[in-house]
Ligand binder design. Structure first.
Ligand code: NDP
Length: 291
């Protein structure tokens, strides 16, 4: 790496960030695109978020990703939040231009691209069940409705949170019908039975654990599964789905696609095709980044 006085700085704000794969894939993309830039992980505690944003301005940092736990809180601290991120209620990418900080959310477009590329799935007029009602589920719900889903169900361990999420988003998408419920019982079985796609937007699987509940027999045989969680060698949910004869993909494609969209927002150009994914897979192969 050849840092100079002209080098542009990008990064990620979060806590923790040590596990993040973004520095590896973004630096590879900057290098291969021939951009004089560097992408740095910044561990920022909750109470320091405002100071960190002032730091971005003061230091002329060109753009950052935002991750747990700041995605929602950061919205109130920016000069502008684009309409999609505002509807989602979370920002994962900040662009710093002419002294102004603008928030975007590339998780939704990342999910749509991953669904198309990894599963050949397009949400228009399809029926989709989202498991989870946190920040990732919010981005998924908005993106899937925007892409023309006919029906979207949200199932969450805490059913009230699912109901609140659906209540907030429903008025914006009169062409979509909605359901919300808990993560067990007849309601879950019925939603699984009618879904063309099931998206795991919970954090189950992050530590390599199996899904504690998943009534596979209730799932339509044609359904496909997208697990937002990713792991070296695939997640338990994806492996089990495959063993039961379902098509499934883990969240690596979404991670890469949201990162590629952020790169394009910062630099005005898409990164070289496939570079980010290949770099992560190569590092996993050599066991150089966390799985
Ligand atoms: P949040 O903390 O906002 O939400 C977590 C969700 O998981 C909640 O719905 C929570 O339910 C549910 N949950 C957690 N533990 C359990 C459990 N044991 N049983 C049932 N439900 C559980 O996290 P995010 O929405 O930000 O992220 C969710 C997942 O998506 C993470 O694993 C993250 O890594 C992944 N992700 C992947 C991305 C990618 O690019 N591939 C991008 C963004 C996120 P409750 O409300 O009841 O607590």
């Amino acid at each position: 790496m050849n840092l100079r006085g002209t080098t542009q700085v990008f990064g990620i704000l979060g806590d923790p960030v040590a596990h993040s794969l973004s520095p590896v894939m973004q630096n590879e993309a900057l290098r291969q695109a021939g951009i004089d830039g560097v992408y740095v992980p910044f561990r920022v505690r909750r109470e320091d978020l405002q100071a960190a944003l002032a730091g971005l301005r003061a230091l002329g940092i060109k753009g950052v990703n935002v991750t747990i736990p700041h995605k929602e809180a950061v919205c109130a601290l920016l000069d502008e939040v684009d309409p999609e991120a505002r509807l989602i209620g979370a920002v994962n990418t900040i662009v710093h231009r002419d002294g102004r900080l603008t928030g975007h959310n590339t998780d939704g477009v990342g999910l749509l691209r991953a669904l198309a590329e990894d599963l050949g799935f397009h949400p228009g007029r399809r029926r989709i069940l989202i498991l989870g009602a946190g920040g990732a589920a919010r981005a998924a719900l908005v993106a899937l409705c925007r892409a023309g889903a006919e029906w979207v169900g949200v199932a969450n361990r805490n059913p009230a949170r699912a109901e609140t999420l659906v209540g907030e988003i429903r008025p914006n998408f009169p062409g979509t019908t909605f359901a919300s419920h808990g993560m067990e019982g007849e309601e879950l079985n019925s939603s699984l039975g009618q879904a063309d796609l099931v998206v795991n937007a919970t954090s189950i699987g992050l530590k390599g654990e199996e899904f504690p509940f998943f009534p596979w027999a209730a799932l339509s045989r044609e359904a496909v599964i997208y697990d937002m969680v990713y792991a070296r060698g695939g997640t338990p949910l994806v492996r089990t789905a495959g063993a039961k004869g379902f098509r499934a993909a883990d969240g690596l494609g979404m991670l890469v696609a949201q990162g590629e969209a952020a790169f394009a927002l910062w630099t005005g150009q898409p990164p070289p095709s496939g570079v980010m994914r290949r770099r992560i897979l190569a590092d996993w192969e050599r066991q150089e980044v966390p799985g």
